[in-house]
Design a protein around this ligand. Structure first.
Ligand SMILES: *Cc1c(COP(=O)(O)O)cnc(C)c1O
Length: 340
């Protein structure tokens, strides 16, 4: 059995999702004429109480478009030092938006108003203009840790008082909603922009959606075109997103339960020194100093378990739609018997 914990992006469309894709009504989305893309955009905007939405090919593109919309050249973006927008988007903030970045040391990527406030620059000719705060929920590098809305509210308040925009990289926002019990409809009022990935835990093959105001989405549509992200009969892909929103949200709780069971088994393994507490579908664990991560990854791979490292001592397991309860049981048996 091949058990692939490398990422929640490795899922393949289910039969039901493929049916929905095959029967999608499509049109030219650059002309705004794809009914299925329009339906997906409206569905998500309504769900989160935002005015409008834009379907993008990737989460990177939707985040980069957001940053471009919310900054001017020479501005500064404030985010955690582990943020995807900073670490894993190829230096896009500098390249696309000509902005600098102020990195904070959050608690597993979670920021507080007390951390942010002293890092907001005064209006002074020497300083870059602090214009945008980016939060990530769940935090990928923080082992899937979540913000609750009660933690976001005071950050929103600070940004409002200081005149900064607030964007949410919500690549795994539905995981956070399922884990915290917060409601999607309450998110819109706290953020100027939200990006959501359909191709992570939700199990669609492609796509991300950027949510914001009508005015910002108009600007975002132009930027998406310039970046080469204007897609034509994209309704086939949007149909997968709609299907995922209808069928794959509640089941994220299974992924979270699987991650917790795996974490428990890993915490007892001789090659593991510590496991980060699990909140959603990501398990991060440190390898005991007498082993190398490559060695552990290879040994697991030889038994059919695939995973990645996130640092020289940390390994990541991600649970998702294509990880069944049987696979979790099998993985636990393998981990128990492992003798590296
Ligand atoms: C995956 C991910 C993204 C977007 O990635 P793409 O591969 O470009 O879709 C953005 N933010 C976070 C936290 C992610 O995990």
């Amino acid at each position: 059995m091949r058990i692939d914990f490398r990422s929640d992006t490795v899922t393949k469309p289910t039969a039901g999702m493929l049916d929905a894709m095959m029967s999608a009504k499509v049109g030219d989305d650059v002309f705004g004429e794809d009914p299925t893309v329009n339906e997906l955009e409206k569905k998500l905007a309504d769900m989160f109480n935002m005015e409008a939405a834009l379907f993008c090919p990737s989460g990177t593109m939707s985040n980069q478009i957001a940053i471009k919309c919310f900054t001017n050249p020479m501005d500064e973006v404030i985010c955690d030092q582990t943020a995807h927008v900073y670490r894993y988007e190829g230096g896009g903030i500098a390249y696309n938006s000509l902005a600098s970045v102020r990195l904070l040391n959050g608690e597993r990527g979670i920021l507080t108003p007390e951390m942010i406030e002293p890092e907001i620059n005064d209006d002074n000719i020497h300083y870059p203009n602090s214009s945008l705060v980016v939060l990530e929920n769940t935090v990928n590098k923080g082992g899937g840790k979540c913000y609750s809305l009660s933690q976001i509210e005071p950050i929103h308040h600070l940004c409002a008082v200081k005149g900064l925009k607030l964007h949410l990289d919500g690549a795994r926002l539905f995981n956070a909603l399922v884990a915290t019990g917060d409601e999607a409809k309450d998110y819109g009022k706290y953020f100027h922009g939200i990006s959501i990935c359909l191709s992570k835990g939700l199990g669609a093959p492609v796509g991300s959606v950027f949510l914001s105001s009508n005015e910002i989405i108009k600007k975002a549509t132009k930027i998406r075109k310039v970046l080469g992200g204007g897609m034509r009969q994209a309704g086939f892909l949007a149909a997968a997103g709609i299907y995922a929103l209808d069928h794959h949200v509640n089941r994220l709780a299974d992924d979270h339960a699987h991650a917790k069971t795996l974490a428990l088994a890993l915490s007892e393994a001789n090659f593991v020194s510590s496991v980060m507490p699990v909140e959603t579908n990501i398990v991060l664990f440190d390898v005991t100093p007498n082993y190398k991560v490559e060695q552990v990854i290879k040994a697991l791979e030889a038994k059919g378990i695939f995973c990645n490292s996130t640092s020289t001592k940390t390994i990541r397991f991600v649970t998702h739609l294509d990880i069944t309860a049987t696979m979790v049981d099998e993985a636990i048996e393998i981990i128990k018997k492992m003798n590296i």
